[in-house]
Write a protein that binds this ligand. Structure first.
Ligand code: ADP
Ligand code: ZN
Length: 730
């Protein structure tokens, strides 16, 4: 018997709420009844909470004590597809359903009725007098091209008081308008002509379009070197999806990349798509959530959380830079957006396109086995050549202590500067120096709450812990021995490298790109645009510069420490170094000028460095795959991490040992458990962390066994347990 679609007033309904309870709660349907899937407000103790009508109530309580649903919210009911997705995702990640529902209801004021409100947008006139504050307001409005904001939002986003905005309004530089809360989104026109594609690109676009028209789930790996036109190609697939009247979603790994992408979409389809990430203002998020749910948002561009938007008719998901580690959510619900994209698409019959110049080993293996289709773009667009890659053997270079730019690299930079071209120096370390050492007692300054060093940030004049974000002023006295003025920075960070570059090349305009140096995505975007326009000579950057930006004047990339990622015992280290080095090198020579990448290394004969230099990707993946296959680790085996944490380290280990001893459910599926051992980050915010690793064969029913294994253990005191399926490091 299938469940009813509609519940009459007074009928028993089961409601899933976002409260941490292990089951649904029974209520009576409200006046007027309600649909299955409806979003509702229900009483819970003295509070009102949001929930979803999950199905018929169980009725195993005294009916007279059951309370009524307060009201049905004015948003589209949750579709069965979404319920399936949340349920399967919960099973896959071993996450309780309420936490899953929280991901799917991240829109503030969800149930507020539509009403009029005053919003502010760019006006026609110039203000009589321009102040810094006024400039910031106008910049914000220009930046968000045509969007309107409430007074409070606009003031917050521009960092001004509301009187500044009122002043601008009086002068007609800002318009105050009455707007219905849920203004429709602008229409994207898929019929506008795109760029003329090359033969390779046209073939790739064709095969994506054909796959889309099949109306069935499937995943395509779109592989092509940086600058080969992957974005142009997948925009054609988006156009086809819009023509079919279905919704499309593009996931990007980094908020900093959205601005550039939105501009490209605007140029292609004549309007900006909906944007979804943590930087989008609250009212705008609520509007987009509703529009997506009504099927009125054609295209959403966003971060991984956009996967949980209530799409009505999703036809296509693009995961750009699919190998990027930031797709793995490492807080709260631990999920990999790439895997969840595939799951969501499989449930709603959509296509997935995974785009990358350096695919993850998982995707590469899936393409090899035929589970994914593969489409390749071999050449860079136009005359752009892949950069010439060479190693600088640091054993043969003469360097003064406390400097990191070798004479060879220095000569190469000099050469570019003389030609009026740009050079980039890459180091994947934020701050001034990774270690601050006392020369009197030899102690390093560490974080009080974490198992991590405090990193000096000279621009901010503070020490910062990169684990917990704790900061404190730069001390002049050693916290261990009290010696005065004996603290010294050790090793290079991006800020220190910038200092060295500025001293070596005093005439050059040096720009430093590091995530912590910019107050907002907007400031960062402005800087990136300046670089692209040629208004900088040397770019010093962290990981942030490796991802997807187009810098046409850049012809040299110098990697300060190519060995950095190869240390440590992480099995994915080689893969990550390979990807990062290829991505960074790919920044050079994107336009007509050929590029060069120079890698400073102490081990030029290391197999990973050799594969990078030779540009032998297939060879690298094959070798790496063979090693993982022998070790029986992903993608050739299954793994899960169990992270236990608490303030009392003995208690945490006791729980870990108890789990390790009682592993019968795991042994039944042939899985092995390793540990407990200190987690890769052993202490965060004063909590000790211990990890168990579980390894199973590829086809094993891992989640089900894990659930049975963990279930009997009660978590005492402040102990916490979280499950990490497919951990990033193992
Ligand atoms: P990828 O996503 O593979 O890095 P992009 O799609 O960003 O590559 O293309 C790199 C640059 O080349 C972009 O500036 C893009 O606009 C341009 N480009 C790519 N293909 C074409 C084309 N067929 N016609 C004109 N410009 C193109
Ligand atoms: Zn810390």
């Amino acid at each position: 018997m299938s469940e009813p679609e509609f519940f009459d007033q007074g009928a028993l309904v089961a409601v899933l709420t976002t409260q941490p309870l292990d089951r649904t709660l029974d209520y009576k349907a409200p006046e007027g009844g309600c649909l299955r899937g409806a979003f509702v407000e229900v009483p819970l103790g003295p509070r009102k909470v949001i929930g979803v009508i999950w199905g018929a109530g169980q009725g195993d309580f005294d009916r007279s004590r059951i309370r009524s649903v307060i009201r049905v919210l004015d948003v589209a009911p949750m579709r069965d597809e979404m319920k399936n997705f949340l349920t399967r995702a919960a099973e896959y990640t071993l996450t309780p359903m309420p936490a899953m529902l929280r991901l799917a209801t991240r829109a503030p004021g969800l149930g507020d009725p539509p009403s009029m409100r005053k919003v502010y947008r760019l006006g026609q006139r110039e203000p009589d007098r321009m102040t810094d504050a006024r400039r910031r307001v106008l910049d914000t409005l220009i930046e968000y091209g045509g969007l309107a904001f409430t007074l409070k939002e606009l003031a917050e986003m521009s960092g001004v008081t509301s009187s500044v905005i009122k002043g601008l309004t009086k002068q007609g530089a800002v318009d105050e308008i009455d707007s219905p809360r849920d203004m429709p989104l602008p229409h994207l026109d898929p019929e506008r002509p795109g760029k003329e594609l090359t033969g390779d690109q046209a073939a790739a676009a064709d095969s994506l379009r054909t796959a889309l028209r099949s109306d069935r789930y499937g995943t395509t790996l779109l592989r092509g070197v940086t600058g080969s036109g992957k974005t142009e190609v997948y925009l054609e697939a988006v156009a086809e999806c819009l023509r079919m009247g279905r919704q499309a979603l593009v996931l990007l790994p980094e908020i900093a990349l959205t601005a550039e992408f939105l501009t490209r979409v605007d140029a292609r389809f004549g309007a900006r798509p909906a944007e979804w990430h943590s930087g989008v203002p609250m009212t705008e998020r609520r509007r987009i959530w509703k529009m997506v749910g009504q099927g009125n948002a054609q295209l959403v561009v966003g971060a991984r959380s956009a996967l949980f938007l209530p799409f009505q008719n999703l036809g296509l998901i693009i995961v750009d830079e699919e190998h990027d580690t930031s797709y793995k959510q490492e807080d709260g619900v631990l999920y990999n957006a790439r895997d969840m994209a595939v799951l969501r698409a499989a449930i709603c019959g959509a296509r997935v396109v995974l785009a990358s110049a350096t695919p993850s080993l998982e995707s590469w293996a899936n393409a090899q086995s035929g589970k994914y289709d593969m489409v390749e773009l071999k050449a860079r667009f136009g005359a752009a050549e892949l950069p010439d890659m060479r190693a600088i053997d640091m054993r043969a270079e003469k360097l003064k202590a406390g400097t990191w730019i070798s004479p060879t690299l220095r000569g190469a930079v000099q050469d570019r500067l003389a030609k009026g071209e740009q050079a980039m120096l890459f180091i994947n370390r934020r701050g001034y120096a990774p270690v601050t050492l006392c020369r009197a007692c030899g102690q390093q300054i560490g974080c009080d709450h974490c198992d991590a060093r405090m990193v000096e940030h000279r621009f901010l004049k503070r020490l910062m812990c990169h684990q917990c974000g704790e900061t404190r002023p730069l001390p002049t006295v050693c916290p261990s021995c009290g010696a005065e003025d004996r603290l010294a920075p050790v090793g290079p960070g991006v800020e220190r490298l910038a200092e060295e570059a500025a001293a070596l090349f005093p005439e050059a305009r040096v720009v430093t790109l590091s995530s912590d140096l910019f107050g907002s995505a907007r400031a960062l975007k402005a800087e990136i645009e300046r670089i692209a326009a040629g208004e900088a000579d040397i770019i010093i950057g962290t990981q942030l510069v490796a991802k997807g930006h187009n810098f046409p004047y850049l012809t040299l990339v110098g990697v300060i420490d190519a060995d950095l990622g190869l240390q440590g015992s992480d099995l994915r280290a080689a893969e990550r170094t390979f990807q990062l080095m290829r991505q960074v090198a790919g920044r050079a020579g994107r336009a007509e000028r050929p590029g060069t990448a120079l890698l400073q290394t102490f081990q030029p004969e290391h197999p990973v460095i050799r594969a990078i230099l030779a540009g032998d990707e297939t060879g690298f993946w094959r070798a790496e795959a063979a090693e993982r296959e022998v070790a029986g680790v992903p993608p050739y085996g299954r793994m899960a991490g169990i992270i236990l944490s608490g303030t009392d380290v003995a208690q945490v280990f006791d729980l870990g040992n108890a789990l390790a001893r009682n592993d019968a459910p795991l042994r039944q599926i042939g899985a092995q458990v390793f540990g407990p051992a200190p987690a890769p980050i052993a202490r965060v915010r004063g909590r000790h962390r211990v990890r168990l690793l579980v390894k199973a064969a590829k086809g094993a029913a891992l989640q089900e066994a894990l659930a049975r294994w963990i279930a009997p253990f009660r978590l005492k005191g402040d102990l916490r347990l979280s499950v990490d399926i497919d951990p990033q490091s193992f």
